[in-house]
Design a binder for this molecule. Sequence first.
Ligand code: SF4
Ligand code: SF4
Length: 101
Amino acid sequence: MALIQQAPAAIKIIAMNCRPGCGACCIAPSISTPTPKMPHGKRAGEPCAHLTPNLACDLFGSPERPAVCGSLQPSAEMCGASREHALIWLERLEQLTRPQA
Ligand code: SF4
Ligand code: SF4
């Protein structure tokens, strides 16, 4: 326990599997890469047009899927225990990484 408390923050990020029916990381972040259904990219908070009704990605496995989608890996820190946690966490990340005007 003490070792975990003393570990750098990056070490505390625990890998996990994506939660079925979540889709938070396909809604909260903005995506600048054009896709077939979103030729101008996606605004933050806007559900991706490639989300299927059961919150899967209809571009999964396709070269047209933005590289950023494949690079975002599930983690306990980001995904948490609920979709609401993930939406709030990703919204904060979006605000922190937004280019300054
Ligand atoms: S936020 Fe996490 S659990 Fe939710 S869809 Fe993205 S990777 Fe999966
Ligand atoms: S392209 Fe697929 S993985 Fe990327 S945001 Fe849209 S639905 Fe999610």
